[in-house]
Design a protein around this ligand. Structure first.
Ligand code: TEU
Ligand code: CA
Length: 554
């Protein structure tokens, strides 16, 4: 039986500081804005705050291009602001998890400035430089942000690798000096008292030997789960993580449950958990050349099958990170629920319950607890996200694979900017996010959807999430129970049970706007207690649109 850890019982609240709260009217969220709302996060019942990157950055990829790991991004404030945030969070019993982005740096990082100077520079091998092949890029890898993953540097007549933007050169993790430099950065923050790290695309750090071409250009060339990735993570754990009581979660695109068990097995001594992406790829475009840009609706049976596989494959061996949303994914109530006025709240609560009563650590992305929806921008100039803008120009202008209208529709469904519109605090101008001009437009529905309204409404999504967080503390079965999917082929209802000791939990969610006869003769369950549901319970024996019910049976 697995030993118990605080991070298994924790609920994480993800703050995207740029869009959380501006306190100096420059239209950009900042650290003092996070400090200002610690009480809100505490009230919600979260235990840990994951901060997206706050380090010095030219913001080519909104902080995922780091120029100095030990300085605070000037738009976000000072190190003194950070120290105050950390101190106040700890005083309130909240932990702070930082975002460690070490697959790549900014091209403005001192290491890269040196590395590109000349081939004999001491920092040359901090990055991945290769000679041209037949006067072209060393291989056919494509960047996640469009175009080749190689950028030619005239000065030294070589290409450097960047799996993301040109301004995000990949670090060479095969170089022990890189690994030791990263370990020093981690110690700097851990010695300040931070409580853990979310590790950006950490399964890409070991590239395949010889950097071979990928078979089909449409294939994800992200060099995922490479030959030495586990060696490097074990080395990181041995050198740094094992000396602190910290929480780690690796972001691992393309990882399978087998990979995840290797990264997070209770005896792996690498990471505590990983963000998998399998459930995030189920509604991708049918054409792999177009990838995530799609208006497809996920099939419930697919979603149930994938999420249940992750539950049962990791059971007793490793630990799940449970999420529907983050700063890279569209808003779940628009994507998997129904954001029409009539169904937004009830479907947002149903989605929350379906996820939070599974086994694993739940992650709540800012605004998810309000049932915030996709931004649904109408024109391209409203978008800021490098991934969205590059994809538009590549797919519409260069490759003519999709029409402008089709791509704008795809962006409305899949752009990362859907998650990055400012947090909606109240009905005042700009939803109380800023008194300046917001860096990204506020969602036009903020007068109806905001924290102030939600906190006072006992039937709000906020108070539903708050209650779920309370239940998690009350019932060990929610954290430690195992998981069984019921009726896998039902394409309207997702029902599962959890079992722990002499208790069972029964979770039933109707993913449609059709009322369905209670598919499961609940009346046979004699000693059931309803823990939570998203309709005022009237012992109704059918499942109303998007209804969820959670029963304790003992
Ligand atoms: O994202 C990793 C990643 O795979 C993204 O390309 C993601 O899959 C895609 O954006 C989904 O639409 C991490 C960070 O979360 C992301 O914000 C960064 O842009 C990226 O790494 C590079 O650091
Ligand atoms: Ca600001």
């Amino acid at each position: 039986f697995m030993e118990k850890h605080w991070w298994q019982e924790a609920v994480v609240y993800q703050v995207y500081p740029r869009s959380f709260q501006d306190t100096n009217n420059d239209g950009i969220g900042d650290l003092n804005g996070v400090t200002q709302h610690l009480t809100y996060i505490k009230k919600l019942g979260a235990d840990v705050i994951w901060l997206n990157p706050i380090y010095q950055s030219p913001n080519d990829d909104n902080g995922y291009d780091i120029a100095d790991y030990q300085k605070i991004m000037k738009e976000f404030g000072s190190m003194a602001d950070f120290d105050r945030l950390l101190t106040q969070a700890h005083q309130m019993g909240l932990k702070i998890m930082m975002d460690l982005v070490v697959n790549h740096t900014s091209d403005e990082h001192q290491w890269f400035v040196e590395s590109r100077k000349d081939r004999s520079n001491a920092y040359r091998d901090y990055y991945i430089w290769r000679d041209p092949k037949n006067d072209e890029a060393p291989n056919n890898w494509q960047s996640a942000f469009g175009g080749s993953a190689w950028q030619y540097d005239k000065k030294t007549e070589q290409y450097y690798l960047h799996l993301f933007s040109k301004k995000q050169p990949d670090l060479n993790w095969d170089n022990p000096n890189v690994r030791h430099s990263v370990f020093d950065i981690m110690r700097f923050w851990l010695d300040k008292g931070v409580d853990g790290f979310r590790m950006d695309v950490i399964n890409l750090i070991s590239k395949p030997e010889g950097l071979p071409d990928v078979k089909s250009a449409g294939q994800q060339n992200l060099a995922a789960n490479g030959p030495h990735v586990h060696d490097y993570l074990k080395e990181m754990n041995e050198a740094v993580l094992s000396h602190y009581d910290v929480m780690t979660v690796g972001e691992t695109p393309n990882a399978t449950t087998r990979d995840a068990i290797r990264y997070t097995g209770f005896d792996s001594h690498e990471l505590e958990m990983v963000f998998q992406f399998e459930h995030m790829g189920l509604d991708a475009n049918d054409n792999p050349e177009i990838g995530k840009w799609s208006t497809n609706r996920v099939k419930l049976t697919d979603l149930k099958q994938v999420m249940s596989k992750w539950q049962t494959d990791l059971e007793g061996k490793a630990w799940n990170a449970l999420y529907w949303n983050n700063h890279d994914q569209p808003r779940v109530v628009s994507r998997f629920g129904n954001d029409q006025a009539k169904y937004r709240v009830v479907s947002a609560k149903m989605l929350g319950a379906t996820l939070h009563f599974m086994q694993g650590t739940p992650y709540i992305y800012q605004g998810e607890e309000l049932g915030m929806t996709n931004a649904k921008f109408r024109t391209l100039d409203q978008y800021q996200d490098i991934e969205s803008l590059n994809a538009y120009h590549e797919l519409v202008d260069q490759k003519q694979l999709v029409s402008s209208q089709e791509m704008l529709n795809d962006l409305r469904h899949s752009s990362r900017d859907n998650a990055r519109t400012p947090m909606q605090w109240d009905e005042s101008e700009n939803a109380g996010f800023t008194q300046g001009t917001p860096w990204l437009a506020v969602n036009t529905n903020f007068k109806k959807i905001n924290a102030k309204q939600a906190i006072d409404d006992e039937n709000s999504v906020f108070n539903f999430y708050r209650k779920m967080n309370q239940l998690r503390r009350q019932y060990d079965i929610i954290v430690y129970g195992d998981y069984q999917l019921l009726d896998p082929d039902d394409d309207q209802v997702w029902a599962y049970t959890r079992h722990f000791g002499d208790q069972d939990l029964l979770v039933i969610s109707n993913f449609t706007q059709r009322t369905v006869q209670r598919w499961y003769e609940l009346s046979q369950q004699s000693n059931k207690v309803e823990l939570i549901g998203n309709y005022a319970d009237d012992q109704n024996e059918t499942l109303r649109p998007y209804e969820c019910k959670v029963y304790l049976i003992q």
